[in-house]
Write a protein that binds this ligand. Structure first.
Ligand SMILES: [Zn+2]
Length: 66
């Protein structure tokens, strides 16, 4: 049962950041999270721009688009 949600080891890109990047043609690097033995290695919040409050959040771009 619990194996369903278990992610494999390796590097994962933030899908929300990637979506914003594609949508607005941003030049920011999509942050990657590394999983090792089911645990996140490093700082999972580093480099994100997918939420309000993050430094690079393209909120003004969004406001212009609407
Ligand atoms: Zn993100």
């Amino acid at each position: 049962m619990d194996s369903i949600l278990k992610a494999k080891n390796g590097a994962y890109k933030c899908t929300e950041c990637k979506q914003l990047k594609d949508q607005f043609n941003l030049t920011f690097k999509v942050p990657e999270i590394e999983l090792r033995d089911g645990k996140i290695v490093g700082n999972p919040d580093e480099g994100h721009f997918c939420r309000p409050g993050f430094t690079n959040y393209p909120g003004t771009l969004m406001a212009q688009k609407i």
